[in-house]
Design a protein around this ligand. Sequence first.
Ligand SMILES: [Zn+2]
Length: 88
Amino acid sequence: MIPLIVSGLLFGAIASSIARQKGRGEVLWFVLGFVLHLFGLVVLFLPPVCKSGITKKCTACAEIVKAEANVCRYCGKDLIAVGGEEVS
Ligand SMILES: [Zn+2]
């Protein structure tokens, strides 16, 4: 049997890692994963948010990708030119 605190840390780490990829609050989702365990992984089913400086929207397929990405991971479009075009 895994102590609750260990599995809480595990789920917290997973949830915050997923949240980071989606541009959501890492700390918030770590806490939710820690407290809610498996239910904290509901972040998996939430859509990514477009957060200026963290993520940007691909101009070709409209998927959310990391701001540092040079190539869209969904459609392969070159994203270097669209770096600073986010709407604030
Ligand atoms: Zn794309």
